[in-house]
Design a binder for this molecule. Sequence first.
Ligand SMILES: [Zn+2]
Length: 73
Amino acid sequence: MKRFIAAVVAGVVLTASFATVLASSYVGNANSRKFHFANCSTLKKMNPANRVNFNSRDEAINAGYIPCKRCKP
Ligand SMILES: [Zn+2]
């Protein structure tokens, strides 16, 4: 039974984080002032504390962020 609960909790956490990725297609790094596609590999190494979500490319540009050279958003 404990194992079942753990599996359900893991499933909910995975679904929630997946929904977060879908909700914001662009992610900025408050430290580097660059923004990325939400699936950019650079984001995996980024400190989550520096993560800024943007709903559009314009929103990121207007906030003074520059596009990542790797994922070219
Ligand atoms: Zn990137």
